[in-house]
Design a protein around this ligand. Sequence first.
Ligand SMILES: Cc1cc2nc3c(=O)[nH]c(=O)nc-3n(C[C@H](O)[C@H](O)[C@H](O)COP(=O)(O)OP(=O)(O)OC[C@H]3O[C@@H](n4cnc5c(N)ncnc54)[C@H](O)[C@@H]3O)c2cc1C
Length: 537
Amino acid sequence: MTRQMMLDQLKADQTFDLLVIGGGATGCGIALDAASRGLKVALVEKNDFSEGTSSRSTKLVHGGVRYLEKAVKQLDKAQYDLVREGLHERGILLKNAPHLAGRIAFVTPIYSWFEIPYVYAGLKFYDILSGKMSLGGSQLLTRKTALKKFPMLKADGLKAAVMYYDGQFNDARMAVSLALTARSEGAVIANHVEVTGLVKSDTRVRGAEVRDRISGESFIVNAKSVVNATGPFCDRLRQLDDPQAKPMVKASSGIHLVLDKRFVPDQYGLMIPKTEDGRVLFMLPWEGHTLVGTTDDPASVNEHPEVTEAEIEYVLRHVRLYSGLDVQRSDVKATWSGLRPLIDAEGKNDTQSLVRDHVTMTSPSGFVTICGGKWTNYRHMAEVLVDRVVADFHLSPQRPCATRNLPVLGGDKKDPGRADRLAKSFDLTDDVAQHLARAYGSASESVARLCRDGLSGRLHPDHPYLEGEVVYVAKQEMAERAMDVLTRRLPLALLDQQAAREALPRVLDLLQQEFGWDETRLSEEMQLAEQRLVHAL
Ligand SMILES: Cc1cc2nc3c(=O)[nH]c(=O)nc-3n(C[C@H](O)[C@H](O)[C@H](O)COP(=O)(O)OP(=O)(O)OC[C@H]3O[C@@H](n4cnc5c(N)ncnc54)[C@H](O)[C@@H]3O)c2cc1C
């Protein structure tokens, strides 16, 4: 099913049970939940699936160690419930997307004797809360063992460390896979389609005016219920419904830096629960690189938030402080910034103290908004939201919620031997085989077969991404623009912006052949991609 077929269905004279606005974790999760219950669902996303916050996270599938500490210290039941729910959902996500998500061990260094029982007890409590979904028990490490496992730790003053487990995933591909799984369950999904207005009848919201941002064409989509899952943009949509609606979101920006792999060991991440200024710092191995983050500062809402030099220097300074590594600005291969849509609780002005839970509200005209929460909890948020919409709008699903046991596309079988088999059958190098197995799961053989037909060249000599993948994701995964390919189907731009710039001409060439672009479209695509790669992803 191509994007054009999806657009034709959106334009057809029909009324959907549910129209979802926004193709991030929240919207894609809702579309999948509702479609797999047998409801008639449409989803529109103004950019690409996951182009907003959902491709800019720390890539952790977690309950949130830091939130647990806050829950205990402040006796905050909401934070505690959020951690428990996150730990449960972590297990479900790892089961349903085994190719995209896995376990990672974290080392938390301790520099004061007094803190050893505190940190150890806290992480043990984290284990206990995960119950049957535990990924393995925390362990206290001696100074010597800690330095052996994570040689980049700052040795000076180190007393001990605690090792604990959490989940890690490819957030962008996960959201794209949720969207595509929703499509295979019957949802009509379209990226690069923006909601520009709401359609009302007798004061009730009955659909939306949308604009295809590629062709410029506008049309109307009718629906019995409309859900606003636009994350940091949700107030703008709420004001389309009611211009007097009071804003409820405070955006907070969090940046990440990517360094090459030599800054962390292959199997361990570093978690500093509290930096000198009270923030959490992660250094993780991710996709053959080192991911470092993050910040937490009030920000304005912007589609492609820029990363400032001051933010980069802040993160680098903390890496130097806690690792003893002499990391320099020139070591940074990529940066990006994401916006947390935090719910503005009355009287709380700093974004770090705002609750990371989500809220759902329905306006007098029946416009439903869902906002906030964590990536990890997307499935549960979707289940509760769809239950509510079914009840409030008298919809008739054919089945109850099925997403606890519904693998995402490519995730139907956990298969640890897949990469080895691919390497042998298709004569691939290890890095390419590992990448294909991880990115496409059970579809990886089809991708390898397509690449074998004259498209087995690398897009960049330093990275395992193949030319044939561009064709595959254009045909099968609704990648429409060069940056859809380079950022969210493949993570190249998120890892190495210079390499992405170098790969861009070949990606454009392959997309031109696939879609038959004329020279005007080609040059527009080139300009757009260069702008993203130079200014802000
Ligand atoms: C720095 C950072 C690190 C994080 N790390 C983690 C983590 O490690 N683990 C975790 O569990 N959570 C993490 N989170 C939280 C998580 O990323 C978010 O909770 C989640 O991605 C929010 O998803 P969403 O779908 O609500 O919003 P978004 O992903 O922003 O999606 C909203 C979408 O709506 C679209 N949209 C807006 N307006 C319109 C319109 N008019 N028409 C159509 N579409 C529209 C946007 O383009 C966007 O794609 C992190 C967040 C940040 C910022």
